[in-house]
Design a binder for this molecule. Structure first.
Ligand code: SF4
Ligand code: SF4
Length: 219
């Protein structure tokens, strides 16, 4: 039990002793333990710095150097269309609208093709066949899209459109060096871009040459 003078018979030391003890501990932590922790932190940082200082560089000095093909193949740039194996200028897209529906940023626009307009002769022939009870097979609209545009300024590169495409017609591009000076340039006509890529297939650009996307204006 503590007396009025702050003396504790059960513990055997005064409040003043406790205050002095706390002060000594605080001074010890500040002047001894904290500098040791600081030095340890510095050593850990220097160890990590030294480890990476001795490793080969993983960055390149662009434009004097460019990314090699292996690393470029894993780059996830803007979305682009994939062409058919036999006709690289024709997208595999079947205009199902799954990508448009599932895109959280609403940055894709697909316009379906319309069925070809019948000639007066065809219409007359169909009318005659229907009257005679014959089966009339009218030409259907082509499945590939009439327009496929993409606003890169809105895209979050989430990949949802790629995952949901049943025709496997979309992928991330490796268009790493592309620079645009306006938002409009980032509105890409993906069909025009695919056709341009197909044309360049026969005469590939030199390795690492900067690509350009095809904007809606250019198409
Ligand atoms: S990557 Fe995501 S945000 Fe970009 S177009 Fe595809 S679904 Fe939309
Ligand atoms: S790109 Fe794929 S998901 Fe989008 S409309 Fe074409 S087929 Fe459908």
């Amino acid at each position: 039990m503590a007396s009025a003078a702050g003396y504790s018979k059960s513990v055997g030391y005064s409040v003043a002793d406790q205050v002095v003890g706390c002060h000594i501990m605080s001074t010890f932590k500040k002047n001894v333990i904290q500098p040791i922790l600081d030095c340890w932190s510095l050593l850990v940082g220097l160890k990590i710095t030294g480890k990476y200082f001795c490793k080969p560089l993983v960055t390149v000095h662009y434009p004097r150097e460019v990314i090699d093909d292996e690393n470029l193949s894993t780059y996830g740039g803007h979305i682009e269309l994939i062409g058919k194996p036999k006709d690289p200028a024709m997208p595999k897209c079947i205009s199902c609208m799954m990508c448009v529906t599932n895109c959280p940023s609403k940055c894709l626009k697909v316009v379906k093709q319309k069925a070809p307009k019948p000639t007066p002769e065809q219409e007359a022939e169909w009318a005659r066949a229907e009257e005679a009870g014959e089966k009339v097979v009218k030409p259907k609209a082509p499945k590939n899209p009439a327009k496929f545009t993409y606003d890169y300024t809105l895209c979050s590169l989430c990949g949802t459109c790629i995952e949901n495409c049943p025709a496997k017609s979309l992928k991330f591009s490796n268009n790493i060096y592309w620079v645009a000076t306006s938002r409009e340039e980032m509105h890409i006509d993906l069909i025009a871009r695919l056709k341009k890529q197909a044309t360049e297939l026969s005469a590939p650009a030199p390795k690492g040459t900067a690509q350009s996307a095809v904007s809606g204006k250019e198409a």
